[in-house]
Design a protein around this ligand. Sequence first.
Ligand SMILES: [Mn+2]
Length: 306
Amino acid sequence: MDTRFTSSEFTPHGTTINAAKIVVLPLPYDLGLSWMPGTRLGPRSILEASQEVERFNYDTFCYPADAGIATAPAFGGRGEEIPTYESRIQAAAEQYLEQGKFLYSIGGDHSITYPLVMAHLKYHPGIGVLHLDAHTDLWPTYQGMNSSHATPMYRIVQTGTKIVSAGLRVITPEDYERAATLPVKLLPMYKMRRGGMMHQFEDALEFLPERVYLSLDCDALDPSEMPAVGTPIPGGFRFDELLELLEMLFAKKTVVGADLVEFSPMPGLHFPQMTAAQLAYDVMGLKSLQAGWVPEINPERVLQKA
Ligand SMILES: [Mn+2]
């Protein structure tokens, strides 16, 4: 199988990480999961599906691949102590950030986001985190572990980093108590639905600094469109709603890094991995346009000119 994201190494920019603006970091890991294992198979499955993603990105009207997308070697954490694995993630991320790359990490369960954000904080001090998820991931410990897919936002916020968590459908009274004393804004899905989704989201974004890291848990999407997650929760975003939120995010903030986590492929069901690959490519498109790496091309206008 192909272990690269898209066949974009065939772009004019060549095949090397040196020549690429975007580096995809696959992190096949699932020791932070509480219920269904399987996210360690996520990156491979998304990379495979990405071969079928159309090179022209109709969601963002550009060719993200023209920015140069290189895929870093994947590494999981089997047989490794969790702190060791986390330092390896952070070191790998720092290596690419040092080279000025836009890092797009593919998990893996949500525990990978903590070391990734730590790396980004080093190169982009003062960033905030936009967290799209069904869950708050704001537990101090979960099942006795402080490194779990239920704890990354708690760990991140301990560094003073501001977080907006949106799309939430599971919030406990304890979450609200915790959030009240921390720089976290919780945006439950029911409020987004009732208060005008885009308006609520725009408001929440004002809580964050100008530069943000985007962490996207696949279970933010509705299970009807994204069933391939460890902990599916009904009532999530539709794909087009999520896309609109991402467009607003890139219109309002500079995104300095991003991840996509918790994808857990279901044998025999291939549309979710295509959805995940498309979502990843959409974010790369939005970033490429924001950074001016590629031009916007409206395909309808091309037709009018002809
Ligand atoms: Mn999560």
